[in-house]
Design a protein around this ligand. Sequence first.
Ligand SMILES: [Zn+2]
Ligand SMILES: [Zn+2]
Length: 324
Amino acid sequence: MADDKCSKCGKEAVICREYEGRALCKKHFSIDINKKVKKTIREGNLVESGDTIAVGLSGGKDSAVMLEQLVEIFGDRPDIDIVAIAVHEGIDPYRDESISAAKEMCDELGIELKIGRYSDYYDLKMDDVADAGAKGNCTYCGIMRRDLLNKLCREVGADKMAIGHNLDDEAQAILMNHIKGDMKRMARIGPKKDPVNHEKFTPRIKPLRDVMEKEIALYSRLHDLGVIDRCPHVQETSLRPLVKSFINRLESEMPGIKYSIVSQGREISDLVEDNIDWDDKDNQIEECDKCGEPCSGNLCRKCQLLDEIKVAADSSEKHSFELD
Ligand SMILES: [Zn+2]
Ligand SMILES: [Zn+2]
């Protein structure tokens, strides 16, 4: 195993990559991260001339590193526009802090930032509806966030939305799809595939999908990017943390396993995709009767959830009134 000297220049190393058997200093590690991101973009043909790319900023390390990398790679290209988008869920002060950090970062990079608030689009704040629904806060919030990010993409005229999914996220998603036997989602694994194929749905790209989470964390520390990202209303589902710790244990025993899970997942995804009848009516994407957003069925999940939250809030209001 490599010692604590950079295998390129002999300076002090910031990381020992067991999966490659080499160590890298800050400079060579940073160059290598940039190379990995460029390779992902080039091989997946993720960005094309004329594209407006909306970068979803969460305030966390992944999306901050992604924006910095995209600006470094495409900042001087007159034929490619980069716009940042962020969602304020109405979680104070957690989200106020990360939004002001996002603003600061965009100002420094000279990037326009478009913010969408749940209060403006759905007439609610997560602080007011947290713990109101039976499905758990992260489910509700995630569905609304996805809906709003897509709306923001249309508002800024984005051709693609870049999301900060890293190698670990991708490996977890692949294993979870296997465990749940979710073939349709399996078919949608890949750098440029989407859960929804519809003209109102902005295609997603994942420029960080070949970079490990811990390397993004290290890069963000070394370059002072992103803020602590821990929502006070978080309620994690039981499966993902289990899968995450399982994959991390495998990786420590067998360095490089995350890369093999992801590359196999990609191959399986292509095979599965060929075997799904996308013209079948169960696989068709319609528009929601209520809000017009793309969905499968008559009512989109966001509209269903907003209804559920409303019912739960009404009944708890009645209940507290009775107690008074
Ligand atoms: Zn070096
Ligand atoms: Zn709807």
